[in-house]
Design a protein around this ligand. Structure first.
Ligand code: TXA
Ligand code: MG
Length: 336
């Protein structure tokens, strides 16, 4: 895989050529890395699904260079959508809008809606501006694995599958964008992220959270966000997620579940608990969000039998962290 470190004119030309050959480019954003392809080319989008081993009924997000582009590809149908665009785009936010016919069905898994995102990351923006076409991009990971938040973590996974990557260091936020759909004039969070329910309520006074965010979904159920159906964000090692408001209860929960080769992944609250390996994930929600996917991948390198992960309060950014960690641990979750 060729890795581009600087977006000078020569490199931008190379990138554009790759995109218009219907090939894939891994690129950084403020949330996580994406695997990008020309969203208007069926052939290019097909390659994303093949490379990621992604279910065909899981739609891709379309990335645009700026707000003026939105109505080329989607309809803005009401004031609530307008307000959300004004407040949160560009940024770590994806809005599901009614799609225009120019977007091929394969990109949206035949839905009549399309997820639109405008990254604020400077490299992502430069890339989108230069190629000057909408870029379909899922998170850069093979399906089921934790999303890629730096190139070192994902280089191997995509060797031989993707020819070109842009290095932008480690992703600032570390968790994927907040996905929102306006239903009956009310924003509904389909996937929580850095832009929280509380942030959205400041703009639209009401905001709902899809019940699937913290629940296991039966594959027969109709869901607004197909991505929530699948096993996700998971290292190879088995995980157990534990949470308690009370420090003593939390320590007890961790201690009673430790056996021979158990990694404890958590805040400094758990640093003194005897175990095979303690890994510090941060003390604030921002630190945890930034570090978590990379650390889950690191945990796999120790050949452990179990990873016990400390949960966080499901508020603010904590909802996004717990949405990912509940799936990371395959719903193996204890809260007391
Ligand atoms: O931060 C992000 O959103 C990253 C970066 C690369 O932009 N992308 C990302 O894409 O996380 P992906 O494909 O890993 O997740 C997209 C999520 C999935 O859960 C998918 O089901 C949902 O968005 N989605 C996409 N289009 C949708 C639509 N039209 N209706 C409902 N959900 C949609
Ligand atoms: Mg993903």
């Amino acid at each position: 895989m060729q890795i581009i470190k600087e977006l000078n004119e020569d490199n931008l030309k190379i990138i554009k050529k790759v995109i218009f050959k219907d090939d894939l480019v891994i690129f950084p954003t403020e949330t996580v890395y994406g695997i990008g392809a020309n969203a208007l080319s069926e052939k290019a989008v097909e390659r994303i699904f093949a490379v990621k081993e992604r279910a065909r009924n899981n739609p891709l997000i379309v990335h645009l260079k700026d707000k003026a582009e939105i109505e080329k590809y989607a309809f803005i149908q009401n004031e609530v959508e307008k307000k959300l665009i004004e407040a949160f785009m560009p940024g770590p936010f994806t809005l599901i809008l009614k799609k225009k016919d120019i977007i091929p069905d394969v990109t949206t898994a035949s839905l009549d809606s399309v997820g639109i995102r405008i990254p604020i990351n400077e490299i992502a923006h430069k890339f989108l501006e230069y190629v000057d076409c909408p870029i379909a991009a899922p998170s850069a990971n093979i399906s089921t694995r934790p999303s890629g938040t730096n190139l070192d973590d994902i280089k191997e996974e995509f060797t031989g599958l993707v020819d070109l990557a842009i290095d932008g260091g480690s992703s600032q936020i570390g968790l994927e964008s907040t996905v929102v759909k306006v239903i009956d004039n009310v924003p509904v969070i389909l996937r929580p992220g850095f832009i929280t329910k509380e942030d959205i309520e400041m703009i639209t006074s009401k905001c709902l959270v899809s019940e699937h965010v913290l629940k296991q979904i039966d594959s027969q159920m109709k869901v607004e966000s197909p991505g929530m159906l699948y096993r996700h964000y998971a290292p190879k090692t088995k995980c157990l997620l534990v949470y308690s408001d009370n420090l003593d209860t939390l320590k007890e929960l961790v201690t009673e579940n430790i056996f021979s080769k158990t990694i404890v992944l958590g805040s400094s609250k758990l640093k003194d608990i005897p175990c095979f390996k303690y890994i510090f994930y941060g003390n604030t929600k921002e630190e945890i969000s930034h570090n978590i996917f990379s650390l889950l991948r690191k945990c796999d390198t120790y050949n452990a039998d179990l990873i016990i992960i400390e949960g966080v309060k499901k508020e603010g950014l904590g909802l996004a962290i717990m949405n990912r960690l509940i799936r990371t641990s395959n719903f193996n979750y204890i809260e007391k």
